[in-house]
Design a protein around this ligand. Structure first.
Ligand code: SF4
Length: 698
């Protein structure tokens, strides 16, 4: 009985963008176990294995418990915070004095609370004079962000999770919610309308296996597929002409564009039968509430933005937006990708503002009470250009916070070489053992989820609470406290006198959001968020209606462009940058492999339970036909090789992949040794999903 919890509090999970709420059961004020919250409108009493295990990953011998300074290769020594921050300041200042302010940059995350992201972005750019800083959301959401901005006038995913239960046709593109967003998938399973579930994916994923129609397309043929579907919808007279006329623009140009995508061309390019394509067209037409959902299979592509817009165009032309059960809906990956998109001060100026807009800079300067010339009047370099800047010797100092590029960045061999070229690399993380920390000159120990206060914004734009229910180990501090200390050591502490606590920063964020599409100035404080089960933006201060828990955007048909119309945006598809060849005959697909591991496994590998639920050795999925051709037996160790690297993986012979394709999960350290550093030209998002490889079976 003495071990039984004596109190319970609630907070949002810190892994994926679903944003489930968890009951944290406390003993003497410390979290001891978890159960999912039943009355929260997101997860309705459900959680996936990561959520159940969220506390156990905090107790790990790998936790960074004091600042560490590199003394020699592979040898770091603990120092106190004063020495660490003096070193941080002197090294970065010396680099800036010698090479200019732009020679130091930062890489941040979609995993910290929004208040910390805002503080980091403001400190780095307004306080320390940096111009360049990007987030790991570049790796997951950048294409969706750009697509929405261009099509709708603001980065605005229109949906609410209730739509998963209200659609009668759900089309999942490059998305595997069964394992990537399992609680959203549970919402689909609760859908009472016996929905048609369509999956567009080259792999027979767990979701595809449960679909009513699977279009197993050739890799990267989704964009022409959707243009071909648009053409068929037009030909058959299935367009919602009233919606198009009243709420959109550029449809006639789009109509002319898709004339070049007749059914015969589409079947050839996609490897999908005419019958299946026509079946999908009929489903879109006959469905009363059709929703389209996409994730990384679309975004992580050399043509991710235009593919996302090809999906958006289908929703617009059929009037499937702004009503229950509809929408072109991008599902975010990380727990606070949406917070990062709006407040990290990387791609946007704080609050979804624009660095290039004089009025926006003046507004932000006024709210923060800082001189306007502290705000850069230029955009940051995107992530890959920061990496190129290091390679070119222009960026000499890098501060990496809560992300792990030495594992997750594309073409890993090159990425690691780039990190080693820096004069000074600081890694701020919960764990001192990440692949990136191995390259660091200085490691700053950070508190994690559950050890600090703040808010996350989930995939349906819902702001939820995160709380401190455990003490961070050793000398680890919240990222917020670290930023505050750095401001003092740097000599710009005065500038952040308003930034005294996450709760105070939340009040600043409200002011920064006011008047923007993401306006949440009507939320009073953290208590209001908790009492209302999270609050979706927009939630403007002037609003008189009671809070709506299932809020969709565009119900009035007005978009965020000045003329209030959505735009049809499109272009010609481009060729796969590294198509299979005689030498490298396979297309390598990468992606999430399980519901029980998270990204680079930095946290989740520290749970005994989660480790047991997933193979801890890398494996490669190969079709039986190819296995036979190459004499590969189940569990054989085979080499997989691209032009950039080679790894050894256990063969998993399965019909999930088509002949000529291989699949390796992203969670393993080795995976990105193979991937090819190519990027979407509009979003700069890396194209992780296809490169040419060969297998060697020795
Ligand atoms: Fe956490 Fe996502 Fe799992 Fe929900 S689905 S418990 S938010 S990891």
């Amino acid at each position: 009985e003495k071990n039984l919890p004596d109190a319970t509090t609630q907070m949002v999970c810190g892994f994926c963008g679903t944003g489930c709420n968890l009951n944290i059961h406390l003993k003497n004020g410390e979290g001891v176990c978890i159960s999912p919250t039943t009355e929260y409108p997101v997860n309705l009493g459900m959680a996936c294995p990561k959520g159940w295990e969220a506390l156990s990953v905090l107790d790990s011998p790998d936790r960074a418990v004091s600042p560490l300074v590199k003394k020699s290769p592979n040898h770091w020594e603990p120092v106190d915070w004063d020495s660490a921050l003096s070193l941080f300041t002197s090294k970065f200042k010396a680099i800036q004095e010698k090479h200019g302010d732009e020679s130091v940059a930062f890489l941040s995350t979609g995993q910290m609370v929004t208040e910390e992201m805002a503080f980091l972005g403001a400190l780095a750019k307004f306080g320390m004079g940096m111009v360049h800083g990007d987030g790991n959301t570049r790796q997951c959401m950048a294409s969706a962000v750009t697509a929405y901005k261009q099509s709708f006038g603001f980065d605005a995913p229109p949906f609410t999770y209730q739509d998963l239960e209200e659609s009668d046709v759900l089309v999942f593109v490059g998305a595997n919610p069964c394992i990537a967003h399992p609680i959203m998938w549970e919402r689909v399973m609760r859908n009472p309308h016996s929905p048609q579930i369509v999956v567009v994916d080259p792999r027979k994923t767990e979701t595809a296996m449960q679909s009513t129609l699977h279009l197993q397309i050739a890799p990267k043929s989704d964009m022409p597929l959707f243009y071909g579907i648009a053409q068929l919808l037009i030909q058959k007279g299935y367009v919602d002409a009233d919606y198009v006329r009243e709420h959109t623009e550029d449809f006639d140009d789009f109509k002319a564009h898709v004339r070049d995508y007749p059914l015969e061309r589409i079947t050839t390019e996609t490897d999908v039968s005419q019958e299946k394509i026509e079946q999908l067209v009929e489903l879109i037409h006959t469905g009363k509430r059709v929703s389209f959902w996409w994730t990384m299979g679309v975004n992580q592509s050399y043509q991710g933005v235009r593919t996302a817009q090809a999906i958006i165009n289908l929703a617009l032309m059929t009037g499937n937006i702004g009503r229950p059960g509809t929408g072109p809906n991008s599902i975010t990956g990380q727990c606070n990708a949406m917070g990062s998109r709006l407040f990290s001060n990387t791609t946007n100026l704080l609050g979804g503002h624009d660095f290039l807009n004089d009025r926006h800079r003046a507004k932000v300067a006024d709210i923060l009470d800082i001189p306007v010339d502290r705000i850069p009047a230029e955009n940051s370099l995107p992530y890959h250009k920061i990496m190129e800047g290091i390679l070119a010797g222009k960026i000499k100092g890098l501060w990496v916070i809560c992300t792990n590029p030495a594992h997750s960045w594309i073409n890993q061999g090159q990425a690691r070489d780039i990190l080693d070229r820096l004069d000074f690399l600081v890694v701020q993380d919960m764990y001192h053992t990440t692949e990136t920390a191995r390259h660091a000159d200085l490691i700053l120990p950070a508190a994690g989820w559950g050890e600090k206060e703040g808010t996350f914004i989930n995939a349906e734009r819902r702001i939820g609470r995160v709380k401190r229910i455990k003490r961070a180990p050793g000398q680890a501090l919240s990222d917020f406290s670290i930023f505050k200390l750095i401001a003092q050591y740097w000599g710009c502490g005065e500038m952040f006198s308003q930034w005294s606590s996450p709760a105070e920063v939340f009040q600043l964020m409200k002011k920064l959001s006011a008047g923007q599409a993401c306006d949440f100035s009507g939320i009073e404080d953290y208590t209001a968020i908790e009492e209302q089960g999270g609050i979706q933006w927009p939630f403007a201060a002037s609003e008189t209606e009671p809070p709506q828990q299932q809020r969709r955007l565009f119900e009035d048909g007005r978009y965020f462009h000045e003329n209030g119309r959505a735009r049809f945006v499109f272009s010609e598809p481009t060729r796969m940058p590294e198509a299979p060849s005689e030498q490298y005959p396979f297309v390598l697909l990468t992606g999430r492999g399980t519901a029980s591991q998270w990204h680079t496994q930095t946290r989740t590998r520290n749970s005994d339970v989660l480790r047991k639920l997933y193979p801890n050795r890398i494996y490669v999925e190969i079709n039986p036909e190819d296995a036979q051709k190459h004499s590969v037996q189940p569990n054989d160790l085979i080499f997989v090789e691209s032009q950039r690297g080679r790894l050894k993986a256990r063969a998993f012979i399965t019909q999930s992949v088509q002949p000529g394709q291989l699949f390796i999960p992203m969670h393993y350290e080795e995976t990105n040794q193979l991937t090819d550093a190519v990027f979407d030209p509009h979003s700069s998002q890396p194209s992780y999903k296809c490169c040419a490889v060969r297998i060697i079976n020795e």
